[in-house]
Design a protein around this ligand. Structure first.
Ligand code: IPD
Length: 277
């Protein structure tokens, strides 16, 4: 019921905030991003692990029968029917370079079989929170009870023609995937107001939810990039799906208000932007 949802939102928010402050405070003042000695990537990996460990410890204390799925340590099944899907740092390249757009994402989902790893294709997201420690913004949402930024309700922008729309997107890490993503950007860029690459999929979707982007799409998102932020965008009025009737997920995630969402989705379908998945 709604009380249970509210409790999950509150816990997701507390955990995202605590882990976010940990990674924020734990970032060395100067990270030599091009250092070859101890790889700068190690700084990120160490903080990723510290953040996920904190989240897992807190969840074991507060919700011992729930499952957990995280970017660093994988899936641990629970028995309650609720699984927490956590991204200890989304936007790791920004984090490495000292750029503001990174976040901790925490979601509570339910799926048909709690013994199996839940996926964006089969889960129902109950609650989610995304905390951006740089400026202390907290996005939160519960299923059926709306989305908020720092406690105030948020709403997507009204639909507008593609030529007047600001798009967000992101890119994977592999060259082959990027070649295909670049071709899609090349086709879209002349038809839209502009394109942003913010560097955190969770913050892209939250930014869309609060009116800072009109539309968003990305191929290749992992479950933890998506779980909390997709609910936040939906509860703020966005449609969030894949292409050709598929749910949002690794193949493709498209988000935006009804009215312009469909134009972007059909363009992406024509471009086979999900690789024809
Ligand atoms: C990445 C970010 C980025 C997106 C990539 C993700 P990470 O997550 O969300 O914006 O374009 O697809 O992998 O690696 O920083 O956790």
């Amino acid at each position: 019921g709604p009380d249970e949802i509210r409790r999950l939102v509150e816990l997701a928010s507390d955990l995202a905030r605590e882990a976010g402050l940990l990674v924020h405070d734990g970032r060395p003042a100067r990270v030599d991003v091009h250092s070859t000695k101890s790889s700068p990537q190690d700084v990120v990996t160490a903080m990723d692990l510290a953040s996920e460990d904190l989240l897992r410890r807190r969840l074991t204390q507060r919700r011992p029968h729930d499952g957990v799925l995280g970017e660093e340590e994988g899936f641990r099944a629970g028995t309650s029917g609720v699984t927490w899907v956590v991204d200890p740092i989304d936007g790791t390249v920004n984090y490495l370079y000292g750029l503001p757009a990174y976040a901790v994402s925490v979601a509570a989902v339910t799926a048909p079989d709690p013994a199996l790893e839940p996926t964006p294709e089969n889960w129902t997201v109950l609650a989610g929170a995304v905390f951006a420690p740089w400026d202390g913004r907290l996005f939160a949402s519960g299923r059926g009870i709306g989305a908020t930024l720092d406690g105030r309700p948020i709403r997507v922008n009204p639909a507008r023609p593609l030529v007047d729309s600001l798009l967000g997107t992101g890119f994977g890490y592999l060259a082959e995937r990027r070649r295909a993503q670049a071709a899609v950007v090349a086709a879209l860029l002349p038809q839209v107001r502009d394109i942003r690459r913010i560097g955190s999929a969770a913050l892209d979707l939250c930014t869309l939810a609060s009116g800072g982007l009109d539309l968003y799409y990305e191929r290749g998102l992992a479950p933890w990039d998506l779980a909390a932020a997709a609910l936040i965008a939906q509860e703020a009025g966005a449609l969030v799906t894949g292409l050709r009737g598929a749910p949002a997920g690794r193949a493709m995630t498209v988000a935006g208000p009804p009215g312009s969402f469909e134009s972007l989705r059909s363009l992406l379908e024509d471009l086979d932007a999900d690789g024809g998945a």
